[in-house]
Write a protein that binds this ligand. Structure first.
Ligand code: ADP
Ligand code: 13P
Ligand code: MG
Ligand code: MN
Length: 627
């Protein structure tokens, strides 16, 4: 957590709770992996008096926000960390008013986004520019709903500029990549010039249609404290990468810089051999005009960026025959320390009746926006070359250790706070011991943060349990508390999904006479409501390879067996969740981050969110299968 004066909790403070870095493969300038985001924000704000941190949140705002918001629409962006300089580097006149940072590769919790909106909300309103990831959509979306309920003027636009993944592969839609920074620039300049909230949202919709990005990985990335994000065979590269250390849509032999850059552009412009995506409109020879952004994914030398610029301009101008009057080259949005680049094209005629150059050229004080732009692109500057080779009562506490809350028959008792406390403790502990497996799996099928996100949640729940603050006597209130913990301490898709799950479960129990209901049927009711809400907001169903693939079978089982006048067979439940979670290993992913990973790479590895459900259910039942 951070202090109002801009001092973040230091690495030394955090040392009390977290482990220092274990010997990494490559040394990294990090004291404590868990403190990396706070330490980095701390450093940044100390170095720049134009910025300050909102107390208690990883939110950076312009220091003069209170006066600034009186006569400007404030643009807020954010998302997981690990993409620096995005998004804090874009705070300044003519770009962003604030940035919300999550843990590395994990969306910030809803509460942080809400704090940013509250700080920036003035008479002109707030526009959230959000990259299209499930966690971000949910956490920023929930904050918008809550802010509107508070009467604040706020709108949200989602950016999805990725061109590399086939449309059919994912229900999640195009990923938000480096093109987001061009959105920040154009929308920020318009806000600076006094345009209103509605016209900014409208412009954003047009812009996203003219925006495309595709990237190549030459190495995996390494998040401190974790394993390298994937393995690349020597001589190969990952084409169609995102910004979360993914291996890409396909692993291909590395031929030459020019060939790879050409492929990236062809993917975007639907040209040549890779003409199967069609996200951007077809370029028109001697007519179409683009801004080109060459983005370092984190560990690429400036020399290599220059080579990429040469290759990209050469292909666009000579082969495709289009104009490229604006070129931006540098480090805009990274995948931690991945070697590689992404290329972004913005159709300069994407906005009806506006010259986009005007907005791109408008001055900004944001430190990460490159100074003067290169006015590349008239034909004579490009030399054609040969291709180089290359609530409720009655505490019961005299139970035998092995008895679990669900095991008692409904007629015996409906509720035991003592057993419930033990079940919660067991659930949390199972997540702690399962953390290495969750981290490993999410590194393969996602972006590696699932283990830490789940243990962050478990740690907060245990803390509240230990100090007696959990409302064990009142199921509705307890579930509300769990929702709040997920919302404030977890982040990521998991944080948002669990927050929605517990909040909906809580509201459904609120209205009911929970005193007499058998515990198992309470659980069934809560699961019904929770699952429905997760499906509604997250858009996933059974079979999409998510945690729902364990929650739904669990719900079916309890629904069938929960009201009978006999104890639930906890062994059977433990086996059921174990098997259901492992069954996800053979599923194709159509939702969430795994839908960006080729199916053959997912094969054999179960979904981490599904495994996490199996772990905490087994922990709550005190049944631990040998792992
Ligand atoms: N739309 C969705 N609805 C429900 N669960 C989802 C959805 N998308 C992803 N998940 C679950 O979230 C898990 C990943 O959690 P986490 O690592 O926090 O996500 P991310 O890194 O994508 O934000 C997945 O393994 C999956 O079980
Ligand atoms: O890093 C992120 C996007 O910027 C985080 O998104 P998720 O929470 O969906 O992983
Ligand atoms: Mg993540
Ligand atoms: Mn993840």
């Amino acid at each position: 957590s951070c202090h109002e004066d801009g001092r973040a909790e230091s690495g030394q403070d955090l040392a009390k709770h977290h482990h220092p870095i274990k010997h990494p493969h490559i040394p990294q300038l990090v004291d404590f992996p868990a403190a990396i985001v706070d330490d980095a924000l701390h450093g940044l704000v100390r170095a720049d008096p134009r910025l300050r941190i909102l107390k208690g949140h990883r939110v950076v705002v312009r220091s003069d926000i209170d006066t600034f918001k009186q006569d400007h629409v404030c643009i807020i962006s954010g998302g997981g960390s690990g993409h620096e300089p995005a998004h804090v580097g874009y705070i300044g006149d003519g770009m962003l008013a604030a940035a919300v940072a999550g843990d590395v590769f994990a969306s910030p919790p809803t509460s942080a986004v809400l704090a940013a909106i509250r700080a920036c909300a003035g008479p002109k309103g707030v526009l959230l520019v959000v990259k299209n990831y499930t966690g971000d959509r949910l956490n920023f979306g929930l904050a918008v709903e809550q802010a509107r309920f508070e009467g604040l003027l706020v709108d949200m636009v989602i950016v999805g500029d990725d061109c590399a993944l086939p449309r059919e592969k994912s229900k999640a839609g195009r990923r938000g990549l480096a093109g987001t920074v061009l959105m920040h620039k154009v929308l920020g300049a318009m806000a600076e010039a006094g345009r209103d909230l509605a016209s900014l949202s409208n412009a954003a919709a047009h812009l996203s249609r003219g925006l495309g990005t595709a990237g190549v990985a030459l190495s995996p990335c390494q998040v401190p404290g974790r394993q390298p994000s994937f393995h690349l065979e020597p001589g190969t590269c990952g084409i169609g990468v995102g910004i979360h250390g993914e291996s890409g849509a396909a692993e291909i032999p590395f031929t030459s810089a020019s060939a790879i850059c050409r492929d990236l552009l062809d993917i975007m412009l639907n040209q040549g051999k890779i003409a199967n995506r069609a996200y951007m409109t077809q370029p028109q020879r001697n007519v179409s005009r683009y801004a080109l952004l060459i983005n370092n994914l984190g560990a690429t030398s400036q020399l290599e960026l220059g080579v990429a610029a040469m290759a990209a301009l050469d292909h666009l101008i000579e082969d495709v025959g289009v104009f490229v009057p604006r070129v931006y080259m540098g480090t805009f949005m990274t995948s931690m320390n991945m070697a590689g680049v992404s290329l972004t094209l913005l159709d300069l005629d994407a906005l009806p009746a506006e010259a986009l150059e005007q907005w791109l050229d408008a001055p900004t004080t944001a430190p990460a926006w490159p100074g003067p732009t290169l006015l590349g692109g008239t034909k004579q500057f490009v030399v054609r070359r040969d291709e180089p080779p290359i609530t409720v009562p009655a505490p019961h506490s005299s139970e035998a250790e092995e008895t679990t809350a669900l095991q008692r028959t409904p007629s015996e008792i409906s509720y035991s706070t003592d057993l419930l406390g033990k079940a919660i403790k067991g659930a949390c502990e199972a997540l702690f011991s399962g953390e290495p497996e969750l981290s490993r799996l999410d590194a393969i099928v996602g972006d590696g943060d699932c283990g830490t996100t789940m243990t962050e949640g478990a740690r907060s729940v245990l803390e509240q349990l230990q100090v007696g603050r959990l409302a064990l006597h009142n199921p509705a209130q307890l579930l509300q508390q769990l929702a709040t913990i997920a919302q404030e301490n977890m982040g990521g898709t998991s944080g948002a999904v669990y927050s929605i799950f517990f909040a909906a479960a809580s509201s459904c129990l609120n209205d009911r006479d929970v005193v007499r209901a058998p515990l198992a049927s309470l659980v069934t009711m809560a699961l019904t409501a929770g699952i429905d809400a997760v499906m509604k907001y997250g858009g996933a169903q059974q079979g999409d390879r998510t945690m729902l693939d364990v929650l739904v079978p669990l719900h079916h089982y309890l629904d069938r067996h929960g009201s009978a006048e006999q104890p639930i067979d906890v062994g059977a439940v433990a086996t059921l969740v174990e098997e259901a979670s492992h069954a996800t290993a053979d599923m194709n992913a159509t939702c969430g981050r795994s839908s960006y990973v080729p199916d053959h790479l997912l094969r054999g590895h179960p979904d981490p969110g599904a495994r996490a459900v199996a772990m905490w259910v087994q922990g709550a039942l005190h049944r631990h299968p040998r792992r």
